[in-house]
Design a protein around this ligand. Structure first.
Ligand code: FES
Length: 107
């Protein structure tokens, strides 16, 4: 299922935004013209990654500091050891779209 989110220019640069849609809680990150989308629950203890600090293409969990790769959802540092879900985000004609697999992980 594809969902139209917002014009790219409405997303803040270099920090997260939470989007709740179709039963999923998703953290969106705009880095320049690119947009990344992760499940918005840290795999360690469920803090909101949308509230974390963004460095390069990584986000640091605001609760205990685990870092996640925005491209893969994989943890890059402890205490998180499991990845978070990654959603396909695409920019077309200046508009951000998310693709949500209804059979996939709920976040
Ligand atoms: S809740 Fe994210 S590192 Fe603990």
């Amino acid at each position: 299922m594809e969902i139209e989110v917002a014009p790219l220019t409405e997303l803040p640069e270099g920090r997260g935004v939470r989007v709740e849609t179709a039963g999923h809680r998703i953290a969106l990150f705009r880095i320049g013209d690119d947009v990344y989308a992760l499940g918005d629950r840290c795999s360690h203890a469920e803090a909101s990654l949308a509230e974390g600090e963004v460095f390069d293409r990584e986000v640091e969990c605001p609760r205990h500091g685990a870092e996640f790769d925005l491209r893969t959802g994989r943890p890059l540092s402890l205490p998180a050891t499991r990845p978070v879900p990654v959603y396909a985000a695409e920019v077309r004609d200046g508009v951000v779209y998310l693709t949500i697999d209804e059979e996939g992980d709920r976040s």
